[in-house]
Design a protein around this ligand. Structure first.
Ligand SMILES: [Zn+2]
Length: 191
């Protein structure tokens, strides 16, 4: 069985099971960022040592000669230098990823009770850009949408081979009306 991962069809229950704690989110991110183990963000060196008293922080042996370099799991990601818990980021990502009609920064602010609109606006923009970026999707271990057409750079829908019938016309949505409406909403969102 493939490891559980974020996807457009992940339910809230599945999310809670996969990401019960901040620690679980960090482990997940580390595993997807560095499948073969952490490497120095600055020089690419594989010989890095973890800080025993600071989880998810490493020291590069090569950069150490040039004054030392420490880095954390979040360095170079959209999560860097924010006061927002990683699990909160994950929750918003999950919400934006699975929302069929799209969700606004204002709705996110309300749902999460963020004190300022700036916070949710900031997250919303970063996540929206990220979800359109293959590199970010890889970092987040977002699985390919099953049976869902993916949009190309030009905004045209490119259904994966053999998936069209499956997408339009499931038992729950025999005429594919909902699927098509969803797709249209997505196309609009890309413009
Ligand atoms: Zn280094």
């Amino acid at each position: 069985m493939a490891a559980a991962r974020l996807s457009e069809t992940m339910t809230l229950a599945q999310f809670e099971r996969l990401f019960p704690t901040e620690e679980a989110c960090k482990s997940y991110l580390a595993a997807h960022r560095w499948p073969d183990g952490p490497v120095c963000v600055r020089c690419g060196n594989e010989r890095v040592y973890p800080f025993t008293n600071r989880p998810f922080h490493w020291q590069c042996t090569r950069c150490a000669a040039a004054g030392g370099y420490r880095f954390s799991l979040l360095v170079g990601t959209i999560f860097e230098n924010t006061n927002i818990a990683l699990r909160t980021w994950f929750k918003v990502i999950h919400l934006m990823l699975t929302s069929e009609a799209g969700i606004s920064a204002l709705e996110i602010q309300r749902m999460f009770g963020f004190g300022s609109y700036r916070t949710s606006h900031f997250m919303w923009h970063r996540i929206r850009a990220g979800l359109g970026d293959p590199e970010f999707r890889r970092l987040m271990g977002i699985g390919a949408a099953e049976g869902r057409p993916s949009a190309g750079k030009d905004g045209k829908q490119r259904p994966p081979a053999g998936s069209v019938r499956k997408t339009f016309g499931s038992a729950a949505d025999p005429n594919g009306t909902r699927a098509r409406a969803r797709q249209n909403a997505r196309t609009r969102a890309l413009k």
